[in-house]
Structures are given as structure tokens and as C-alpha cells.
Design a binder for this molecule. Sequence first.
Ligand code: 5AD
Length: 341
Amino acid sequence: MYNSNMNELIQKAKLKHNLTKNEIIGLLSNKDIDIELFSAADEVRKKYVGDEVHLRALIEFSNYCRCSCLYCGIRCDNRLVERYRLSKDQILSLSKIAVDFGYKTIVLQSGEDIYYSADYLSQIIKKIKENDVAVTLSIGERPAEEYKILKEAGADRFLLRIETTDIELYKKMHPKASIENRKRCLYDLKNLGYETGSGCLVGLPNQSIESLADDILFFKELDADMIGIGPLIPHENTPLKNVNSGDFNLALKVMALTRLLLPDINIPATTAMETLNPNGRLIALQSGANVVMPNVTFDEYKSKYEIYPDKAKVDYNELLTVLNKIGRFVSNEKGFRNKLI
Ligand code: 5AD
């Protein structure tokens, strides 16, 4: 397609927040309209979610995982990982530090570790909720009954990336899981009233542009409240150790298109983007993103939660300076989705 058509598509996405699969494929494949696409996503971000940036304090409370995802450094088959679990008290003291610092959201993330029963997690959630903060869970697939118990305990949000909507690729990448159950979880979470986050990896082996277009359409179909997009970064102790890293620019385009189609949702500038590109966070924040998730886990555990190598960190003061330079500021609010369309 000619670039004039591409610019028309970007205009259409900006105004109508709708594109067909072929239109998305056209934009993802075109190399000449990236700047226009990113600036359209930035405009839509400003119009719908404003200049505030929501910070979410991330606590990586266990690196035990029953899954064996081919790309992930904490997969159960990686025997080189030193495993750890934080106790309720440790999790609560980290939360307290984050709350005192001023964070308005605590994200509890772990591998798929069923050591933490719904009941035990509920005790933790209830305690954290005594502060005036939102709680996000990122603990993987569980039965609907458990999601219900956790919701009733006070959890507000849940992150569960679909990773890829390509059925064959999903099977290859996730030997111990099924895409049907993943989707079941996402719809259960939505139905239970969680703000539901999802997302995908960009750069899985043999992942097609068509399937990335399907991923974006899936986010729209789910009406996801948050979407995290990250480029794949190979980890040396996984079966994908020899693949190339995902393409930063392509990941950014998937993110920008997601902002155009889901204008009022929360979109993080992901750690994987910052890890792959030294300015990745800043670029993402200017291409549709409005959230940053600093890791507040104790240092001794941070290094053991190695999903991929050399994970980028957030330096709070540096972040403030950078935000200030681009006319953005840290929000004082919990940053729920304000559904506008
Ligand atoms: N590179 C980039 N992202 C990864 N994730 C897991 N392994 C990798 C990797 N090697 C992402 C997955 C998961 C999120 C917590 O981390 O998308 O959902």
C-alpha cells in the first residue's frame, strides 16, 4: 500500500479506534510510517489518559514455577535457578516500604507457585488493602474459584499475558499449558470484575506479523484494561538461548497500535523495552505508554527472579527528571482505567 493510504489508516485509527486485521498487518509491515504511528499513539495517549504516569510497585515474591515456557528463565526445568519464596511478613514489609514511599499500587508477581494458596494470598491482600492502595496480582493460571476468593479479599487487578494468540506457536512455547485455559482465565478475571491486563511477547521464533495483528485484535475483543508488550530477550539457560532478541521497533509498533485501538487503557513502558534499548522507557512513554513498574523487591531476590538477563532498573530520581523533561508527571492516584469508549 502507498504511504498516503497508510497515513489515512493512522488517521482512521486515531479517530475511530478500529482497524481490520489487514490494515493492522499493513501498518506493522510498513517501514516508512513509524514516526507518524508513534506520534498518533502519543496524541491519543494524551487525549485519553493525560500526561500523568502511574507507578506500580512490583514485588517478585516467589520464583518457583510449575510452567516450562521455552523463553522464560525461571521455567521449572531450569535447574540452575536458586529458588526462593517470600513469607507473608516479608511481602508485607516490602509493601509497607512501597506504600510509605508513595506508591498507590502494589503488584504481587510470582512464578506459578501453588504453595501460595488462595487463602494465604488473601491474608496478604487484606493486610495490604488496609492502606489506601490498589493491589494487582500476577500469579498465573488458577481456577475461577480461587480468582473469586482473591477478588473478595480485595485484589483489584490481575495481569496475565496471552503471550501469543497463534495456537501452534502457543503450544510449542508452553509445553505444560493450553491456550484454552489461558483464555478461560482471562475471561473469568474479566467476569469477576478484575481490571484485567494481558499482552504479548514480540519476537518468538516463527511468530508472524499476522499473528501479532491477531494479538492486538484479541486485546480489543477481551476489552483488556491494561496491555504490556515486550520484546523477547533470550535467556541462556532456556531452549531459546540461541534465538535473536525481539525487534524493539516492532514491539513499539504493536504497543502504539494497541494504544490507538484501546485509547483509554493503561499501557506500561515495559522493562524488556528498556533492557533492549537504553532509551526504551522514554521512547515507549512517548509512543503510547503511561505506566512504569519499578521493582521494589529486596536486592538479594531481584537477581534470582531472572526471567531474562540484565533486566533494566528504575532509578526513581532519574525517572522524575526524564518525565519532567517530556512534560509528564507522576500521578497521585491509583490509576484505574477510566473507560471512555
Ligand atoms: N524475554 C522477554 N520477556 C519475557 N517474559 C518471560 N520470559 C521472557 C523473555 N525471555 C515475559 C512474559 C511474561 C512476563 C512476566 O515476562 O511475557 O508474561
